[in-house]
Design a protein around this ligand. Structure first.
Ligand code: COA
Length: 332
């Protein structure tokens, strides 16, 4: 059977660094609160005059292509994970296709929030395994800073979410590569972490222009406590599911790259699963939670730092809005 493997990784984060001190100057929060509850000390925000989700994705993609020794024209299909597309429609996949100067190749958008990159990777893996495509670009990219509520009212999410892009190139391989992917959701919890508007299922009078400034538009609603409780359980469940499916144990994991939701969540999983700290990669301290971009950014950084080597077993795991959760086990 044909398998797929990652042949190149890249990431791009905006230049502008937003410190906890800056956030404390514009809303009622503090460095101590943010560090203690989330572990984040700074994050990156775009310059909206220059950056778009698609052009950040293009920068990350070009780095991944270069590391893979490939050119734009080699890409046969794009899978783009984002919950913050440049337009309400079309999705950012086609905009990335245009940025990369590609003509007519297919581009698919995935809207599974923090689990989006693993969902995207799984879709690409199936396309390669089936023999449909030979080179697929898988991207996670987000611009969350332009919609964040920067008043004290929005402080529980404003300090967490941030911007960035990461990319991976998948190609066929005789040996696996991607050993397995595991995808889950539970829509009963959809409203525990969501942005309600601009949603379509609203009476016409609630959808008029004057309502655009209404508090529900682009406002991230998060029940942090519920998210935390479910996240720690589902993260561990889906990691164990991936290990069991491949007849492995936690000792086989060379590096766990969790979605960078919150440093406390990562540390909880690391301790509960009795993994040594160096086996869990975290960069949320510097980038915040970049939703679908967080795993490819973290993988790309870990690879660049020499923390992912040939034959290593890499475990990806994510949890987020939906609720959705997912894992992937990869032999490098
Ligand atoms: N600065 C200062 N105080 C803040 C604050 C901020 N940025 N955000 C919230 N608070 C306040 C609240 O208003 C509340 O005040 P009150 O006790 O006077 O009502 C207090 O801090 C405690 O709020 P609570 O929401 O119970 O805090 P918490 O200990 O649960 O921590 C999170 C909040 C969001 C850090 C925590 O719930 C969490 O990590 N959840 C998971 C979130 C996550 O990972 N999301 C991404 C999923 S992909």
């Amino acid at each position: 059977m044909q398998h797929s493997k990652i042949v190149g990784l890249g990431h791009h984060v905006p230049e502008k660094v937003i410190t906890n001190a800056y956030l404390s100057s514009i809303m009622d929060t503090s460095n101590e609160w943010i560090m203690e509850r989330t572990g984040i000390s700074e994050r990156r925000w775009v310059d909206p005059a220059k950056d778009t989700v698609a052009n950040m994705a293009a920068k990350a993609s070009r780095i991944a292509l270069e590391r893979a020794g490939l050119k734009e024209k080699d890409i046969e299909f794009i899978v783009f994970a984002t919950i913050t597309p440049d337009y309400f429609f079309p999705g950012s996949g086609v905009l990335l296709q245009r940025e990369l100067g590609l003509e007519s190749i297919g581009a698919l958008d995935i809207r599974n929030a923090c689990s989006g990159f693993i969902y995207a990777l799984s879709v690409a893996d199936q396309f390669i395994k089936s023999g449909m495509y030979k080179t697929i670009l898988v991207v996670g990219a987000e611009i969350q800073s332009t919609a964040i509520d920067l008043s004290t009212r929005g402080r529980n999410t404003a300090v967490i979410f941030a911007d960035g892009a990461g990319a991976a190139i998948l190609q066929p391989s005789d040996k696996p590569g991607i050993l397995s992917t595991h995808l889950h959701s539970d829509g009963r919890f959809a409203e525990e972490l969501y942005v309600r508007d601009p949603g379509s299922s609203r009476p016409r009078e609630e959808r008029q222009p004057e309502q655009i400034l209404d508090t529900t538009h682009y406002k991230v609603v998060m029940n942090g406590n519920q998210v935390f409780k479910h996240a720690v359980v589902r993260f561990m469940e889906v990691i164990k599911e991936a290990l069991a499916a491949n007849h492995m144990t936690k000792e086989d994991i060379s590096l766990l790259v969790p979605h960078q939701a919150n440093l406390r969540i990562s540390q909880y999983i690391q301790e509960k699963m009795e993994l040594s700290p160096e086996k869990v990669y975290n960069n949320i301290m510097r980038y915040g939670n970049t939703t679908a971009a967080s795993i490819p950014i973290a993988m790309s950084e870990a690879w660049a730092e020499g923390k992912i080597k040939e034959n290593d077993v890499i475990c990806l795991a994510a949890f987020g809005s939906g609720f959705t959760w997912a894992s992937a086990l990869i032999r490098w």
